[in-house]
Design a protein around this ligand. Structure first.
Ligand code: N01
Length: 871
């Protein structure tokens, strides 16, 4: 009988679970342990899910079996020994059966029962689940444990139904096996299924022709006994081993590196790649920037292509097998057993469909644009409608009858990959928006099942009936999933991760790439914060804990974690000298930024002595427009060279000369020394722009933080002095006021590197309290902001200075100044300057570069008009 939570709510069972693969089996076990009545509905006549169906020759896992197994019961681990490093499909299926028997799960599984429809009954607060046999089962909770790669992609090749020979699908292989002896066989597809089956089919068949559309990166699996070191680590402390897996990036314990591929010599790089090649490991540790840096990733791609060329004897075939046009890992890589070697066999041939596409399948074979070939059998290894296909294959209807298929028409929207708004009490195991296919599925399945079980148990204890995410939480999570993907190379590939393999499917990055460890932490935090982002309904009504769990850009979060791990003393506790030393030391650790055409150091006359400058000249043909740049550092720290990576980046993006100039620092030289120097530098550079190799016409100014403060103050002083004219001002996270009480100070004043305490320390060193209302300190307080150069103001969401930057943008606009306000979502005060470290800052810097280019062309047009009027 169902466990009733509210007397008037009755259902046949507490929970219906769809699918008896590894997710469904563990879900049933957990729920049963908690005392919930549960039924699992399974279309097949046995357990195992993907391992039940995918029986093609050579099918095995490519995550080591010791990792690709349940961890919830140490007893189970003790009694089950895997025979190989990568177990075969029959062995994995035997394991699934063993688990089903050991925990007596079959009695609650209805086999050969396909779920066709599930409808939320709002009145009864239950799901009505309709099966293919016409039965209806009602349940309070509905769990889709249907797997990520279970609905095959429909065959989208013309004439496929005409073929008169034998047709096989890797995803639905005959249980009795297939004998290809003496047969002419075609295999279409070279993903994991194709790559695993081709070498075995080749050994039997009289002829094998592989039809390849996109070559894949594959490395030798080197199957055999599991590595002794792994087994030893497991045996020594299984709890620690399992915990390490849960807290790893991909659900398998692995060393972590912070080293980028281009930070080491070519020789060292090759050594790492050789080790990866010889590891027989799908996800060996190589370099930290492999998923994010095109340049680094390409070095590995080329290494792997060299390996293919060295294995495959026919150069044309080798070249056709070499993956190009996408980066390593952005399409699911493979492990193989003699795949490339297979193409050296006389009976095996590769047809490169990029050169000669299939035009049609005929009654007797396959026709390409170049030839017609006859076959006895065709094997389709053409893949799956991944991640969403099996979910929306069931007609799921939520609140107000909304079909899930309709809600997801433009791509799946979930909160944590676990639930979706409008579908109360409906859970997805390893759904889109969770690490799922980018992880060891076993670890991700266990984590999801545990989370769902605990949520249901919590509801029972709290007397709650429904759970559903809020729209804000879901939108925030979808954004975060995209933010994580967008800093990687993954969205650039036409992969099934992007839905690109299924014609008409929206191109959305489907899994969560932020890592198993971070994901788990996020799910735990959601619970610890009182189920943040969820609404619960119970006897006392609806209670929503609305909010977004992850708002920082993912790479900003990593930077903050690294900074925290350094355990630095607070800047405000230091002397200016000590703080400067620290500032310089930290700067040596950062990536250098892009190469520019030329860098020249020099000096110019300031208001009271020489000021150093560094000039960055683009590699393009000059003369270039000139930008005077003022560095950040609260008027106390930094120097003309301290924003080096940012200046290089702006130079390249704006195609302008960036002249980064020093100014006198406090407390040695307090206000208005820095202002006087800033103006003097602007005047000098404007006058000498041509001599510096610049283009005639007004220069622009730019600055970050206190430097942005000086940039805009210099503009106003120049306006009041009748010149020099300024083409435009780029103000990045500017200080525009000395008011530390704005909401952004309250919200962001403690956690994001630039704190309220540091700003107080800067002001105390820079200027007396009485002087802080001076518009040369607080430009927002200037009485007249009209007739200032056009401005681009960049504010960062998690910056104490955010609100004063926004206020300045508004004030300038109100004074008639042409203002563009760029709001950097998820960024902190310093993250936009972290070139090549905080990749999510790049699109904002591109907008900055574009603004400087705009100012340059407007300035040039104005000077041409002036010149013309003089003629
Ligand atoms: O499917 P796939 P899969 N004409 O989509 C080609 C997991 N898995 O079943 O790339 C011609 O990878 C298609 O070409 P293209 C693993 O996560 C794991 O092999 O779209 N060709 C591609 O080459 C894996 O990634 C294991 O241009 C067509 C192939 O068919 C996922 O399942 C084993 C075509 C499909 O490759 C899917 O693997 C097996 C057409 N019309 C699977 N349509 C292990 O654990 C598609 N293709 C080891």
């Amino acid at each position: 009988m169902a466990t009733d939570i509210k007397p008037d709510v009755r259902s046949d069972v507490d929970v219906v679970v769809v699918g008896a693969g590894f997710a469904g089996l563990y879900m049933l076990h957990r729920l049963r342990g908690l005392g919930f009545s549960t039924v699992v509905l399974e279309g097949a006549d046995g357990v195992g899910g993907t391992w039940y169906w995918n029986r093609y020759p050579g099918a095995r896992c490519d995550i080591m079996s010791v990792d690709y197994s349940y961890s919830f019961d140490p007893e189970l681990e003790r009694e089950w020994q895997w025979s190989e490093k990568y177990a075969t499909q029959p062995e994995i299926l035997a394991y699934a059966n063993h688990v089903a028997d050991r925990y007596d799960l079959r009695k609650d599984i209805r086999f050969a029962t396909r779920v066709e429809r599930a409808t939320w009954d709002a009145g009864a607060r239950c799901w009505r689940v309709r099966t293919g046999t016409g039965d209806e089962i009602t349940c309070r909770f509905y769990v889709m444990a249907t797997g990520c790669l279970s609905l095959p992609k429909s065959i989208d090749i013309e004439g496929a139904d005409r073929f008169g020979g034998d047709i096989y699908y890797t995803h639905h292989w005959p249980h009795e096996g297939v004998d290809f002896t003496a047969k002419r066989v075609a295999v279409i597809g070279s993903g994991s299924s194709g790559i695993q089956s081709i070498p075995i089919i080749a050994r039997q068949a009289a002829q094998l022709t592989v039809f390849q559309r996109t070559p894949n990166f594959s490395r030798p699996a080197l199957n055999g006994p599991a590595p002794q070191a792994k087994l030893d680590a497991f045996k020594a402390d299984r709890d620690a081993y399992r915990q390490a897996a849960r807290l790893s990036q991909i659900g398998v314990p692995a060393p972590v590196t912070m080293v980028g591929a281009m930070q080491v010599s070519e020789q060292e790089r090759r050594a790492v790649y050789e080790a990866a090649w010889n590891s027989g490991d799908l996800l060996p540790t190589t370099f930290a920037d492999m998923p994010t840096s095109a340049v680094s990733n390409e070095t590995f791609c080329e290494f792997l292509r060299e390996k293919i060329r060295s294995i495959v004897k026919d150069p044309a075939t080798a070249e056709a097998l070499c993956p190009t046009g996408y980066y390593y890992g952005t399409k699911r890589p493979c492990l193989d057993s003699g795949y490339f070697e297979t193409f050296n066999l006389p009976q095996v041939r590769l047809v490169d469909l990029r050169r000669t596409p299939i035009t049609t399948i005929t009654e007797t074979g396959i026709q390409t644009t170049a030839e017609s070939m006859e076959f006895d059998a065709i094997v389709f290894a053409t893949g799956f409608d991944a991640m969403t296909g099996a979910i929306v294959a069931v007609d799921i209807n939520g609140r107000d009858g909304l079909p899930l298929k309709q809600k997801w028409a433009e791509g799946p929207k979930t909160y944590l990959g676990l639930m979706t708004v409008g579908f109360p009490n409906c859970f997805l195991i390893t759904g889109p928006g969770s690490p799922s296919v980018l992880s060891n599925m076993m670890v991700s399945i266990e984590q999801h099942v545990d989370w769902v079980s605990e949520a249901i148990d919590y509801m029972r204890r709290a007397g709650l009936e429904t759970i559903e995410p809020t729209a804000t939480a879901e939108a925030g999570w979808v954004q975060h999933v995209n933010d994580c993907a967008d800093i990687t190379l993954f969205p650039q590939a036409s992969s099934w991760y992007m839905g690109a393999n299924v014609p008409g499917k929206p191109r959305v990055f489907l899994p969560y790439i932020g890592g198993v460890d971070r994901y788990r932490k996020t799910c735990d935090e959601v619970v610890a914060q009182g189920y943040l982002g969820f609404c619960f309904e119970g006897a006392s009504g609806v209670a929503c804990n609305d909010g977004v769990i992850r708002r920082l850009q993912p790479d900003v979060t990593i930077v903050l974690e690294v900074i925290e791990s350094l355990g630095l003393p607070p800047v405000e506790s230091m002397s200016p000298e000590a703080a400067r030393t620290l500032f310089v030391a930290l700067a040596t650790q950062r990536p250098p930024g892009p190469a520019v055409g030329e860098i020249v150091d020099g000096a110019l006359p300031g208001a009271a002595g020489e000021l150093n400058y560094r000039l960055y000249r683009p590699a393009t043909a000059g003369p270039h427009p000139v930008v005077v740049y003022y560095h950040g550092g609260g008027w106390v720290l930094g120097g003309y060279d301290s924003d080096d990576p940012l200046c290089r980046d702006l130079c390249v993006r704006s195609d302008s000369i960036i002249l980064s100039v020093d100014y006198r620092h406090a407390p040695e030289a307090r206000f208005p020394a820095a202002v006087d120097d800033a103006l003097a530098a602007l005047q000098w550079v404007s006058f000498h722009a041509k001599a510096l190799g610049g283009r005639p016409g007004p220069v622009a100014v730019a600055g970050w933080s206190a430097g942005a403060n000086l940039a805009t103050v210099a503009c106003r002083l120049a306006r009041d002095a009748g010149g020099p004219p300024v083409a435009g001002q780029l103000l990045i996270a500017p200080v525009t006021d000395a008011d530390l009480t704005r909401p952004s100070y309250h919200e962001n004043g403690e956690r994001y590197v630039l704190t309220s305490a540091i700003m107080q320390w800067f002001f105390d060193h820079y200027v007396d309290t009485a002087g802080r209302a001076d518009p040369r300190v607080a430009p927002l307080r200037a009485r007249d902001l009209s007739n200032l150069p056009p401005a681009t103001i960049v504010t960062c969401e998690f910056d104490p200075l955010r609100d004063e930057g926004a206020a300045y943008a508004e004030a300038l606009a109100a004074a008639g100044v042409d203002v563009k306000h760029i709001k950097a979502r998820g960024h902190i005060h310093s993250s936009l300057t972290m070139v090549d470290l905080v990749i999510s800052g790049a699109p904002y810097r591109e907008q900055m570069g574009e603004a400087l280019r705009r100012y340059a062309s407007a300035g040039r047009a104005a000077s041409l008009v002036r010149a013309a009027s003089l003629v």
